[in-house]
Design a protein around this ligand. Structure first.
Ligand SMILES: [Zn+2]
Ligand SMILES: [Zn+2]
Length: 164
């Protein structure tokens, strides 16, 4: 199966993803995005797909390959933020289940999580995203985003440099 044809995802975008030579089902290598990245290395985009707009390329790739919008965050198994190999992308709900299982009876996750830091940075990256638009895209509640913002403001989490 050709992953590009099967996904309905534009060839223009796939062209910016450097794939390995192993074929569509490679589990091993990272396929890195060579377009714009944010400060953490995540590929930025504005991609329309299935009636939604995606700001991050790995989320768009997940959606394209699975034929539906990810309900929560899409994480990298490989810990390589620009990677777009569908085999390395896992939707957050699954990851959260695994973490929950691991964390049962132990301490709560340390704050800030990479996810919280990413959400916080997006609020200040000059892209005019709002609490509501970020909440909607990530499938989390607006008060949750608001809570992350308050925590980041209070504790002085890293913000993207202001571009004037
Ligand atoms: Zn490969
Ligand atoms: Zn990878």
């Amino acid at each position: 199966m050709d992953i590009i044809q099967a996904s309905g995802f534009s060839w223009r975008l796939w062209r910016k993803i450097k794939r390995c030579g192993c074929g569509d089902t490679c589990q091993e290598h990272c396929w890195e995005w060579h377009g714009t990245r944010n400060q953490y290395g995540y590929g930025r985009t504005k991609t329309r797909l299935g009636g939604r707009t995606y700001s991050y390329i790995h989320r768009a790739v997940w959606a394209a390959v699975h034929g539906r919008a990810p309900a929560h965050e899409v994480c990298h198994r490989c810990d390589n933020p620009p990677c777009c190999n569908p085999a390395h992308l896992v939707a957050w709900s699954h990851q959260a289940n695994m973490l929950d299982r691991d964390a049962k009876g132990r301490s709560r996750p340390r704050y800030p999580t990479p996810r919280s830091r990413e959400i916080y940075a997006r609020l200040y990256d000059g892209s005019c995203e709002t609490l509501t638009s970020i909440a909607r895209e990530l499938g989390i509640s607006q008060p949750r985003v608001s809570q992350i913002k308050a925590r980041g403001d209070r504790d002085g989490w890293e913000r993207p440099p202001v571009l004037l």
